[in-house]
Design a protein around this ligand. Structure first.
Ligand SMILES: [Zn+2]
Length: 325
């Protein structure tokens, strides 16, 4: 059973930022996700990236994961240039570039707009890379936007950082011998998440839609919510095979079985939290009611996680039949 009516929300996505104007400007914020590349006050992202050691791990003959920038960047080596998935934080961009040797980056995918995935866009874009992303991700990068948790505006990224190839649903391309498939993951973590599947190498990049290491984050202000995350994980499970290497934005490479386990846990939390949201309960009420008990997960900041879950539920209550006014 789907937790959201996906089709009705394809149209909602078309309204983009306009639909966000009425979201209450209350606290919250994004644990570990960086919305801006330039402000040192933002947790995680560029401010800490330079202190983290970059490391590389070869996943397959053609695919390497670059970690500690501050999350994961994936590099596929093809005869006609490198394909990157995400560009890391701005502070890490030249180190990422250096780790790739002399080969040109021909194509860069952004899994979503956060600065720890797009901070290197300007460097690679200026050097001639085509930047592929969901249309909504481009909107966030090319427009000034407000961060409610920090009460400030973030400036748009420079034009060289903007995605040059955008899409709304899915697409394919080839890089040397590799067939690449990519597509939209509706409202899972932001409103512009995508996956990138290197079919021949059998590597699936999922951005922050899976979060095996950090507390899962819902950027409710940009449209992400727990129901969207569960649906998106179902979509990913349809794509992944038992032996597919699944690479999240942060943390270790996952197996399909591990992704399934995380999805099952998220569905359990979805059922519990929507039930309590329906009864008007707050994040604090949910914490005290023990909604995070009996799941195979140690949350580092349980209240923060539930706060963002609740904000997302309030923004999507018509999706689960809630009667909140
Ligand atoms: Zn993120």
């Amino acid at each position: 059973m789907k937790t959201t009516d996906r089709r009705s929300f394809l149209q909602a996505g078309l309204t983009g930022l306009a639909g966000l104007a009425s979201v209450p400007l209350l606290g919250g914020g994004l644990a570990g996700c960086a919305q801006t590349a330039s402000r040192p006050t933002v947790a995680g992202g560029s401010a800490t990236a330079s202190k983290t050691a970059l490391s590389t791990a070869k996943l397959t003959e053609r695919v390497t994961v670059i970690s500690g920038v501050p999350g994961n960047v994936i590099a596929l080596a093809a005869d006609d240039g490198i394909v990157l998935v995400d560009s890391g934080a701005t502070a890490s961009a030249s180190a990422v570039r250096k780790s790739l040797g002399s080969a040109k980056v021909r194509t860069l995918f952004n899994t979503h707009y956060h600065a720890d995935q797009t901070g290197g866009n300007a460097l690679f874009g200026a050097a001639g890379a085509e930047i592929h992303a969901h249309k909504i991700t481009r909107q966030w990068l090319e427009t000034d936007f407000y961060v409610p948790a920090e009460n400030h505006w973030v400036k748009a990224q420079p034009k060289a950082a903007w995605p040059t190839k955008t899409f709304r649903e899915k697409g394919t391309l080839t890089a040397g011998a590799e067939h690449i498939e990519y597509g939209y993951l509706l409202e899972a973590h932001t409103r512009g998440d995508i996956y990138v599947f290197f079919r021949d190498s059998n590597v699936l990049a999922v951005g922050d839609v899976a979060s095996p290491e950090r507390d899962p984050v819902h950027d409710w202000y940009s449209g992400g919510w727990l129901g969207g995350r569960v649906d998106a994980m179902d979509d990913l499970l349809e794509i992944a095979k038992d032996d597919t290497k699944i690479v999240p934005a942060y943390g270790p490479v996952m197996t399909r079985a591990q992704l399934q386990a995380e999805r099952d846990m998220m569905l359990k939390l979805y059922d519990r939290t929507t039930d309590l949201t329906d009864k008007g309960r707050s994040a604090q009420d949910m914490l005290e009611a023990g909604v995070l008990k009996d799941v195979n997960r140690e949350f580092k900041d349980p209240y923060r996680f539930l706060y963002d879950v609740c904000k997302g539920h309030w923004a999507h209550y018509t999706n689960f039949g809630g009667n909140i006014v």
